[in-house]
Design a binder for this molecule. Sequence first.
Ligand code: AMP
Length: 189
Amino acid sequence: MLNLVLFGPPGAGKGTQSAKLIEKYGLIHLSTGDLLRAEISAGTTLGLEAKKLMDQGILVPDAVVIGMIENKLNENKSSSGFIFDGFPRTVAQAEALDALLASHSLSITQMIALEVAEEELTQRLLERGKSSGRPDDQNESLIRKRVQEYMEKTAPVAGYYDNQGKFTGINGVGEIEFIFGQILSIIEK
Ligand code: AMP
């Protein structure tokens, strides 16, 4: 089984590269951002509570996203692997993910981080906001808040996987196909 964490700040290209990896390896895509947006669209209590935080660019509580991931792991027990996109975003989430996977006799294969400078991220997200319809992509101060949350709470997750010998960082600026090729070479190793 191939269980990948695709890591990086908002706008690094995780969604784009996830889609290509899913096509190639038939993995189940687990994006907590997408799962939260589905809850918002469905008008659930969880969605409404999460929206208040997402509209401020703040992370939702660990227990909320861990619960969603647990449900998805239980629903997809026979899959050939998972790609985690936008999760884990805190060290506590990473620890919970390890425990959840271990309870299914699984583990993370590798974390691949897409590295992109902050100015480039802001430009990419503002551009994406023109067509994505995501309110959090349309406001520069909100984008900066999301990047700040990433730097403070999420960046340390890289060290967590590095300590396990499972971290590889690559340059996330360049042609999509070139970056995808680099990801493939890491996986094939
Ligand atoms: P994303 O689509 O990954 O950019 O996530 C959009 C927003 O959803 C983030 O700004 C957070 O408010 C929330 N979110 C998504 N994934 C997580 C997570 N793993 N932990 C906490 N909050 C999350």
